[in-house]
Design a protein around this ligand. Structure first.
Ligand code: FES
Length: 157
């Protein structure tokens, strides 16, 4: 079962534009919650604390907009992935890559091979300063599939 904490505006934050770091919570609280949904400058993100590290990414799954904060984190061949609760897509926490197992249709006896679709989910930078955690939104201009859910108004959970 996933733990979830949803945070919205109202916490102290630094004056921000899209490329500035925004205070998203106190370290202890984010560690305890493990998965924290937060809105940074109008963009819904999710902050994970897993295996001693923080990770932040777009909250809506690139595949069909699933709420990633409701997924489970699993070790997929040595890579920590959030498993989307909707259709079980695997997204690496550190790079936002989509992983999948591929079979060789000409040799079905061959074990499935783990493959990467490349970056599918936009990853954001997390900084911990003393007891506070900050997120800076990714400024990469390259289109990443999860951007689709931030380019139009979508219905919220
Ligand atoms: S919406 Fe995430 S796997 Fe389909």
């Amino acid at each position: 079962m996933s733990e979830l904490s949803e945070r919205t505006k109202g916490l102290p934050s630094e004056e921000c534009s899209s490329s500035e770091s925004v205070f998203v919570g106190y370290r202890q609280e984010l560690v305890r919650n493990r998965k924290t949904k937060y809105n940074v400058n109008g963009r819904d993100i999710v902050i994970f604390y897993h295996n001693g590290n923080f990770h932040a990414m777009d909250q809506r799954c690139y595949h069909a907009g699933g709420p990633l904060e409701k997924g489970d984190i699993e070790d997929i061949s040595g890579r920590w992935c959030i498993i989307c609760p909707y259709h079980k897509q695997k997204i690496t926490l550190d790079t936002g890559e989509g992983l999948h197992f591929s079979i060789d249709p000409k040799n079905l006896k061959k074990p499935p091979k783990l493959c990467s679709k490349g970056a599918v989910q936009r990853i954001h930078q997390v900084q911990v300063k003393e007891d506070k955690v900050f997120v800076t939104l990714s400024s990469t201009t390259q289109y990443i599939p999860s951007d689709f859910y931030y380019s139009k108004k979508i219905e919220k959970d």
